[in-house]
Design a protein around this ligand. Structure first.
Ligand SMILES: Nc1ncnc2c1ncn2[C@@H]1O[C@H](COP(=O)(O)OP(=O)(O)OP(=O)(O)O)[C@@H](O)[C@H]1O
Ligand SMILES: [Mg+2]
Length: 250
């Protein structure tokens, strides 16, 4: 029997207070163990809203989610132990050092003492930040902040990691570093759900993508197969523009 999907999303709807239209409208989706799944869509499509609900940040207006067989509403405490979150907006304390920030996040996940210190050291080295451990994050470049933000979500070795635009606004070197690391932890068994505006990146990285627009899924599948089904568009970016149009969203 095939494994049960690690994430099951059923008819998920979120209507923010005072909004005319729902931000996401009856989204249903299965994500399988060990996928790198890309959530793609124009600005305001509903990507962050979807990820926020999956992480238990706020409840949906309607619908249900299970992660690893656990219900997001009833079992959120257990779910939080197995998921990692890397938010779109950098969530670090600017006046603390990189090490202090990471110690804070590690403590939140119940990590302490030498185990935590060694983990932080390993990650800082992995991401080329060991010389900057004692510097205030406020002084970091955008790429350095993104890398610390990423480490904060990985410290507790989550089974499932949600990354909201982890490669936005950084140089090619930082981006490659982050993508290679995501591939590595995926090979070791971590399921990855990530959002991006970089279609070429998603085409190369993802086992499947969902293109969402105005709160609904309008295309779903393996990116290479999607391109093969529409040879006239040549790449995922052209398919994306074909499906979502050229009109600005916000
Ligand atoms: N806290 C909020 N209150 C009211 N409306 C919101 C709130 N957050 C998001 N929205 C609206 O919900 C819709 C979806 O927003 P969301 O942030 O999920 O989009 P997104 O796909 O992540 O966009 P982006 O690519 O710009 O990050 C948008 O119309 C947005 O204006
Ligand atoms: Mg967003």
């Amino acid at each position: 029997m095939p494994d049960r999907p690690i994430i099951e999303i059923r008819e998920l709807t979120k209507r923010y207070k005072g909004a005319d239209e729902p931000a996401i409208n009856s989204i249903s989706l299965d994500i399988n163990k060990n996928e790198i799944f890309g959530l793609l869509g124009p600005n305001g499509a509903g990507k962050t809203t979807t990820i926020s609900i999956l992480c238990g940040l706020f409840p949906p207006t309607k619908g249900s989610v299970t992660i690893n067989g656990l219900d997001i509403h009833a079992d959120i405490r257990k779910i939080k132990q197995i998921i990692g979150v890397v938010p779109q907006d950098i969530a670090l304390y600017p006046t603390l050092t990189a090490r202090e920030n990471l110690t804070f996040f590690g403590n939140m996940y119940g990590l302490r003492g030498k185990v935590l210190k060694n983990k932080i050291d390993d990650y800082l080295t992995e991401f080329g930040l060991e010389r900057h451990a004692g510097k205030m994050v406020a002084r970091f470049s955008g790429g350095m902040k993104r890398r610390v933000n990423l480490i904060a979500g990985l410290l507790h070795d989550p089974k499932v990691i949600f990354l909201d635009e982890p490669t936005v606004g950084i140089d090619v070197q930082s981006r490659l570093e982050i993508l290679n690391y995501l591939k590595l932890i995926n090979k070791k068994g971590t399921t990855i759900i990530y959002t991006s505006h970089y279609m070429e990146e998603a085409e190369n990285l993802c086992s499947r993508v969902a293109i969402i627009d105005r709160g609904s899924i309008i295309s779903l599948g393996n990116p290479k197969e999607l391109v093969a089904e529409h040879p006239e568009f040549k790449n995922l970016e052209n398919i994306f523009i074909h499906l979502t149009g050229k009109e600005l969203r916000d």
